[in-house]
Ligand binder design. Sequence first.
Ligand SMILES: [Cu+2]
Length: 152
Amino acid sequence: MLGFLATRAVQRRLVGVAITAALLAGGMVSGCARDANGEQSTRVLRITERDFKITAPRVVRAGEIELRSQNRGPDDHELIVVRHSEGRLPMRSDGITIDEDALQRQEVGVLKPFAPRTVAVLRVELTPGRYVLFCNMAGHFLGGMHTTLVVR
Ligand SMILES: [Cu+2]
């Protein structure tokens, strides 16, 4: 229903390291990297995006986190991470997209739109707080593509 809007090209500043890779069925590596002291240095947070839902863990420990988002389509999706303590995210005057300019200082990272059947990776340093993960392609947020992540 929103497919014609979803094809709109979105020019976006890329924050952090974003890699889109072909999805290898069953080949996903689990776990984390360890530093010289044997401490966990990077943890992987698995996310699934589909029309129109984002599935992700609700709580994660603070630190360096690798967000791995799998697009199950059928549309392209993006992923925006903002630190947002409470209340609703501000809408643009179009009434169907979030005002990212107003959230610029809260923005932690962005995965540009990526295709169905691919995985996009974003590394972020998350400090304790409340975050919102969402897709801001036209209509997708209102369609349900947002979730809250609490970092402890
Ligand atoms: Cu989307």
